[in-house]
Structure formats: structure tokens, C-alpha cells
Design a binder for this molecule. Structure first.
Ligand code: OSB
Ligand code: MG
Length: 375
């Protein structure tokens, strides 16, 4: 399939409520949407970079630059056979995984459509057990102004059918919050995400939460660190999960080699896309790690991609794949995964991502659009 045209959109949507993490509070969600066009088909990708370099060094502005000036010129006019091809075109660009993941996702979507497969089916082709039909999901709850409010939000989401609760923590809003949540919801699967807000010297804080039967603690230490996590892990009973530190399959290999974590949050955007995410899945599965699919407040486009990845056989734990209605009043894609039952969502079965993009809504929220075409 010759890539005839690529469209790039900068979109901006208000969040239904602010999303607070240890690195800041987000009120508005800007991101980039990218389409690949070939043979009458359109592949969709989402670049989840944000306005601020808080979670990642990438922002919507750096991603626009890298896509417009490097990644799109490298992809335009190429003959796309399989989605694994795009990593080679993008190789001259170091870093910038969030920008790369948008091209990678669109390539997976368009080739799955060409093959008459859902993205989940295409991703699961190497595995005899195939893709799961339903996947376990949970909610990620941002830091609220008060602990009481967090408890109310937890209750609301448990009522909606979400069974796994992830709470964002930061220094000063950790042990007391986790203890209150455990007390209020004794049997609930609760986990914490620190987004790199602590150092190894804070081990006593995590030891103080060891009796709370938490599912895991996600990324307590540095966003580039693997070694200190390997030092913290034997000091605590709570399972340790890495997010920010794992940028590639190589990083997963390093983490496994020094036993830095028992669990990996596979976030396709963070690792340059679905091809690399599947490699991490394979390494993690082989090593007996717990695996789950992380999120970045995606629109329905990104959420559909997460669901397809979560359908892989080695993904053992619930992912951060809640309905986009938690974040957006009016999403740009059909909110097909609103039906959460038993904390599970049905994986889309239509061709490719299996989601209908609402082009009118997309236009409404687009701040800037550029079209790149071959002659
Ligand atoms: O660390 O997993 C994270 C959102 C933005 C940046 C980082 C993270 C998150 C989430 C949100 O936890 C998960 C979701 O998409 O619902
Ligand atoms: Mg995280």
C-alpha cells in the first residue's frame, strides 16, 4: 500500500474534570490525530503528547515538529506492507516515542483494515490462543483536593462496574489516602501510581503501606531509573510496576535482568507504538511478569488501540481503559466501550481499530490541520 497522503490534526478538548497527578493538574486535553491514506482506506493514530512536558519530555508542539519535519516525510510515498515496516522508516529519529506511536498506530489500523481483520486479531496472529473477546479494565483516579472526595469518586466508579481502582499519589498525599481507601473499600483491588515522585530514601513510606494489600505500586522512583527500583523492590511486599522507565523492549529486558519490577504497564505511546509494545508483551510473558495496558487519557481512537493490545494473551491484569466519557463530554469517536460489566469491556471486532470517527466533532475540536500529499 503506497502511502498517498497523511493528515495531521492538533485537537483540544476540555476535560470533564481536572486530572491531578504528582506532576501537575490538567484541565484541557490537547493531542494530535494523524491519518494515513492509501487505496481508499484511512488509518487513524493518536499522539498523546500533552501541552506540558510533565509525563514525558514530548509536548504537542515538539510532536508536531517531529512529525511534520521528520516522521511524515519519512513515511509519505512509502510502500507499506506490514506495520512492522514503519519502525525502520522512523529509525533515523532518536527518541520521540509519542510522535512515532501515532504513525505506528495508523499503520496497524490501515493494514488490519486491508487484511479484513480487527486490530486485536492482527496483533494476536502469532499466538495460537488468539485475541481475547473481552478485557479487564479499571479506572485511574487523579489526585483530588481532599481524601473524602477521592473516596466518593471511588464509590461512584465501583458503582459503574469498574472493579480495579488506581489512585494517583504524591508526597504528602500517600499513606493516609491509601489507608482511607482500604478502610472504606476493604475488598477492592486498589493500586497506586506515583509517577516518579519519590526517591529510594522514601522506602519507609512504601513500607508503611505494605499491610494494605495493594495490587501494586506503579513507578514510585525516577522516570529514567531502573536500578533504584531494583533496590526498592526487596524492601517492600507490595508488587512493583514500572511505567515511565520502560521506553522500549530493551528497557524491559534490562528491568527483567535486574529484577527491577514484577509488573510492567505497557503503554503503546510510551514505547513508540504497537510493534514495540507487543515485543515487551512477549518478553514480559516469557519472564512471568504481570502485564497490563496503560493509558494517557486517550480519545476513542487511542482507547480502541489499547483494547486491541489488551486482548493479547499475556496481558494478565486490568488496564487503564475506562470510557472516554470519564474525561470528555463529546469524544471524537463513537463511545462503543461504555458498557462496563464485571470490570470488562468487549474488544471491537470491526476492521482495524473498529471505531467510527465523528469527523464533524473532529473538525469542531481541531485547532490546526495540515495535509501532506505525494504528487
Ligand atoms: O501514569 O499512567 C499514568 C494519565 C496521564 C499521564 C500518565 C498516566 C495517566 C493515567 C491515566 O494514569 C490513565 C487513563 O488513560 O485513564
Ligand atoms: Mg503511570
Amino acid at each position: 500500500m503506497r502511502i498517498e497522503r497523511i493528515d495531521l490534526y492538533h485537537i483540544s478538548m476540555p476535560l470533564v474534570r481536572p486530572f491531578g497527578t504528582s506532576f501537575g493538574i490538567q484541565l484541557q486535553r490537547d493531542c494530535l490525530i494523524l491519518t494515513l491514506h492509501s487505496e481508499g482506506l484511512t488509518g487513524w493514530g493518536e499522539c498523546v503528547a500533552t501541552n506540558d512536558p510533565g509525563y514525558s519530555y514530548e509536548t504537542v508542539q515538539t510532536a508536531w515538529h517531529i512529525l511534520r519535519d521528520f516522521l511524515i516525510p519519512a513515511a509519505l510515498g512509502q510502500d507499506l506492507q506490514e506495520p512492522e515496516d514503519v519502525a525502520g522508516w522512523m529509525k533515523p529519529v532518536r527518541g520521540h516515542p509519542l510522535a512515532k506511536a501515532a504513525v505506528d498506530q495508523a499503520a496497524w489500523d490501515i493494514t488490519a483494515q486491508r487484511d479484513g481483520l480487527s486490530l486485536a486479531q492482527k496483533l494476536a496472529q502469532p499466538y495460537p490462543e488468539g485475541a481475547k473477546a473481552r478485557v479487564k479494565v479499571g479506572v485511574s483516579i487523579g489526585i483530588q483536593p481532599a481524601i473524602d472526595e477521592t473516596l466518593r469518586v471511588i464509590e461512584k466508579h465501583l458503582g459503574e462496574g469498574y472493579g480495579r481502582i488506581k489512585l494517583k499519589i504524591k508526597p504528602g498525599r500517600d499513606v493516609e489516602l491509601a489507608r482511607a481507601a482500604r478502610q472504606a473499600f476493604p475488598g477492592a483491588p486498589i493500586m497506586l501510581d506515583a509517577n516518579s515522585a519519590y526517591t529510594l530514601a522514601d522506602a519507609p513510606i512504601f513500607q508503611a503501606m505494605d499491610d494494605l494489600d495493594l495490587l501494586m505500586i506503579e513507578q514510585p522512583l525516577g522516570y529514567e531509573d531502573i536500578y533504584d527500583h531494583s533496590q526498592l523492590r526487596p524492601q517492600i511486599k507490595t508488587p512493583l510496576c514500572l511505567d515511565e522507565s520502560i521506553h522500549s523492549a530493551d528497557h524491559a529486558r534490562f528491568a527483567i535482568a535486574i529484577a527491577a519490577c514484577g509488573i510492567i504497564n505497557i503503554k503503546p505511546a510510551r514505547v513508540s507504538g504497537w510493534t514495540e509494545a507487543r515485543r515487551i508483551h512477549d518478553l514480559g510473558r516469557e519472564a512471568g511478569l504481570g502485564l497490563w495496558i496503560g493509558g494517557m487519557l486517550e480519545t476513542g481512537i487511542g482507547r480502541a488501540g489499547q483494547l486491541a493490545l489488551a486482548a493479547l494473551p499475556g496481558v494478565t491484569l486490568p488496564g487503564d481503559i475506562s470510557a472516554t466519557a470519564r474525561y470528555y463530554d463529546h469524544d471524537i469517536a463513537d463511545p462503543f466501550f461504555l458498557n462496563v460489566e464485571d470490570s470488562s469491556i468487549t474488544v471491537p471486532t470491526g476492521p482495524g481499530l473498529g471505531v467510527e470517527v465523528d469527523e464533524e466533532r473532529l473538525q469542531e475540536v481541531t485547532l490546526k490541520k495540515e495535509i501532506f500529499a505525494t504528487r
